[in-house]
Design a protein around this ligand. Structure first.
Ligand code: DGJ
Length: 718
């Protein structure tokens, strides 16, 4: 026996570790409709007995089989992917976790936290599993804490947030992957024996190629309104990994967490390693219900100011790119005012003097206004915008540095780069090392200084255009494998400080389009930018993909000139998200301007339905050349339907669209809105009143075989 084991045995005898006798009562982690039931085996280890629809009778729980171990470790009798792998001081690479105790804490009527403590019986290593349940929304969050009292650091090689077991005949996985300007494409595949991994190794801008969420359908391909679905996401802004492994008995395990790739973590005694949260729902009524669970939960509990209204805006990025000056911007404020939006957002290109930001090749890091372009600074812009009755927002990218910048010249030691190799760039820039507290202060101060000097800045768009290249931190010295993890914790420290000092400051999470789309970041951001691709047809697909997990108010959607669709089509697509414009009004005629003004008014008037209501995906663009989406307020008194014809075939035969989510017993007046001035609705249902029953059983004709046609229909219960 090593000295360490002897001293641990002594600790046990003296009762410092209060290991209790295994309690045979199951641990029920439930919401209104879901049950996750854990049992303690005779061997003292913790097993997952059930995950699925809530069991009606408590007495039946006794019949459940023990199942598989909850937080599987490496080195014992399991031959598949573990949740945790640890190397002890004495070279032993195994862990055997036994149940010690658990505790339920009722946070309020809806939220409960269950904490289960597990402990190795030979080594002083403790693992705590945290489950938070949201009863009404049917959401469960899970995370893990690892701590030990060995003499020297232990090494963590794997440290999952969660491991869930499912048992079915067949498993169908849907993932969301793509590229810049082509984000969140959905692909569904059947899982057979072996592993499927969805992961990212980009460090930051981590979701450029794949999004940190998925859904899994049992026994059949996923359907919108029926079938068992597990939908999950990881709250982590860096490298993540989901492992789906089907074993020899056709059991599926889903392991979610930080990607352990190149990230073994040396954990000092008595310090806690805390994983991010895996957040999931389970629905027996298909992806539609799972989506509504996520939306309701996210607005209430996760997204910054989730229940508040969002600001409509005019952004200058696609309207001007880097080519602007004070006069041009002041003109644009007038255009924002004309459109009737709440805010003007100034994008990239306003800063740096020694290396002015005239393109994307220089200037990041030098956050002073470029004197030639903006001789009177941001202060003048805020003043002019406010004088026109609109707010002023500003683009920043504070985690990055251009090699051509004064910051780089002064502080190479703050940059993630190898001291002895050539530098490799993505978009001509490098990432600052947020594991270093000095760099955290610097990034916080970018926001703090701008806000202190210009308290009128009402909004930030926080961009992040480069993944981590040249992975080396001067600060971390011999702990290089901590960089991916510590960098993201450093980012959270900065965001936390900003949140504390400026709790009411709305911010957009942007990362070269949709490179950052996770729920942990969204604690600090009111919305995210799903894609630089603003072609309206492409956006129907991109917003459709993100809609599985994110409510419309969290998805910024701007009208631009990227796509050549009719303006009405582009505005209607953007109105399904958080409406904004990236376009010059002088490119529009009077009719088009009046149309946009009306659309902005409609969007604001209906934001409680579109932003806070329940979403129903009715016609999928993945299945037809059309798309239909409906939002209804929770009382089912008001609904808004968006219907799009993209590129249908000639003389396509189309059935009426059967609506969903209405109250069958209410009568709804149907009115088409967002019409071009002077145009009358061509919809035969316009102006008529139908029962919800009829609208859902028979439906109304909303689609046509015309190219690039759209309709927005408002339903009002009488
Ligand atoms: C990438 C963003 O996605 C764009 O919207 C824009 O802000 C540019 N960066 C600016 O460089």
């Amino acid at each position: 026996m090593t000295k360490q084991i002897i001293s641990f045995t002594l600790l046990l005898l003296t009762g410092i570790f209060s290991l209790q006798a295994a309690d045979s009562k199951p641990i029920r982690i439930g919401t209104n409709d879901i049950d996750l039931i854990l049992k303690i085996g005779d061997n003292g280890r913790l097993y997952q007995s059930y995950l699925g629809e809530r069991l009606q009778s408590e007495a039946d729980i006794a019949f459940l089989k023990q199942g598989k171990e909850v937080y599987l470790t490496h080195g014992l009798e399991d031959y598949f992917e573990p949740a945790i792998r640890v190397l002890h001081n004495d070279g032993n690479p195994s862990l055997l976790l036994k149940y010690v105790s658990h505790e339920n804490r009722k946070i309020d009527d809806n939220v409960t936290e269950t904490v289960i403590t597990l402990q190795d019986d030979k080594y002083p290593v403790e693992v705590k599993l945290f489950f938070t349940t949201f009863a009404k929304e049917n959401i469960i969050k899970e995370r893990t804490e690892i701590k030990h009292q060995e003499k020297k650091p232990i090494t963590l090689y794997n440290y999952a947030s969660s491991l869930l077991h499912l048992n079915a005949d067949h498993y169908w996985l849907t993932e969301f992957s793509g590229e810049w300007a082509h984000e969140a494409n959905m692909t569904e595949r059947q899982l057979d024996f072996g592993k499927k991994i969805i992961d990212t190794k980009l460090g930051v801008r981590a979701n450029m190629f794949c999004s940190p969420f998925f859904f899994l359908s049992l026994n059949q391909p996923a359907r919108e309104n029926e079938g068992d679905i597990l939908m999950g996401t990881i709250g982590w802004t860096g490298n993540f990994r989901f492992t789906f492994e089907v074993d020899n008995l056709n059991g599926l395990r889903i392991i979610s967490g930080i990607n352990p790739h190149a990230s073994e973590y040396s954990l000092k005694p008595k310090t806690v390693f805390s994983t991010p949260e895996f957040i999931f729902t389970y629905s027996t009524a298909g992806t539609g219900e799972a989506t509504r669970n996520f939306h309701n939960w996210a607005r209430k509990y996760q997204i910054k100011d989730g229940l508040a209204d969002r600001m409509t805006l005019l952004n200058n990025w696609e309207a001007t790119y880097f080519d602007f000056n004070e006069d041009k911007l002041i003109d644009l404020f007038g255009e924002a005012q004309k459109l009737g939006v709440d805010m003007f957002l100034l994008d990239d290109g306003w800063f740096a003097n020694k290396y002015p930001r005239s393109g994307d090749h220089q200037g990041l890091g030098d956050w002073e206004e470029t004197k030639d372009k903006l001789p009177n600074g941001i202060a003048k812009l805020v003043e002019e915008a406010n004088a026109k009755g609109i707010k002023f927002g500003l683009w920043i990218e504070p985690e990055m540095v251009s090699p051509k910048s004064e910051l780089y010249e002064k502080h190479k030691d703050w940059v993630i780069r190898f001291p002895n190799r050539d530098e490799y760039y993505f978009r001509n820039q490098l990432v600052l090392d947020l594991s270093n507290p000095e760099v955290q202060d610097y990034v916080f101060n970018v926001v703090d200084r701008l806000k202190t000097e210009n308290p009128g800045i009402a909004y930030f768009k926080w961009d992040c255009n480069s993944p981590i290249t040249n992975i080396y931190s001067a600060y971390l010295k011999d702990k290089q494998s901590h960089l991916y993890v510590d960098h993201i914790h450093g980012l959270y420290k900065v965001l936390e400080r900003i949140q504390k000092k400026y709790p009411d400051l709305p911010m957009m999470l942007c990362s070269g389009g949709g490179g950052r789309t996770d729920y942990e970041a969204l604690k600090y951001f009111t919305e995210f930018w799903p894609s630089d691709n603003t072609d309206a047809v492409e956006r129907i697909f991109i917003q459709w993909g993100y809609s599985y997990l994110f409510p419309s108010k969290a998805m910024a959607a701007h009208v631009t000139s990227w796509g050549k669709q009719p303006l009405k089509f582009r505005v209607d697509v953007a109105s399904m998200g958080k409406l904004g414009f990236d376009i010059r009004t002088h490119e529009m005629n009077e009719n088009e301007i009046r149309f946009c003004q009306e659309a902005v008014k409609n969007f604001k008037r209906l934001s409680h339905v579109i932003g806070n209501g329940d979403m129903y995906r009715i016609v999928s663009p993945y299945e037809k050349d059309h798309a239909v989406v409906l939002y209804t307020d929770q009382a089912k008194d008001k609904a808004v339907v968006y219907a799009f014809d993209m590129h249908p075939r000639y003389a396509e035969i189309l059935q009426p669209v059967r609506l969903q989510g209405l109250d069958a017993n209410k009568r709804y007046k149907v009115e088409e809105i967002n019409l071009m001035p002077g145009n009358h609705s061509a919809l035969e249902c316009h102006g008529k009143t139908y029962s919800g029953d009829y609208l859902m059983k028979v439906g109304i004709p909303l689609l046509s075989s015309s190219h690039l046609q759209s309709h927005v229909v408002e339903l009002t219960a009488e």
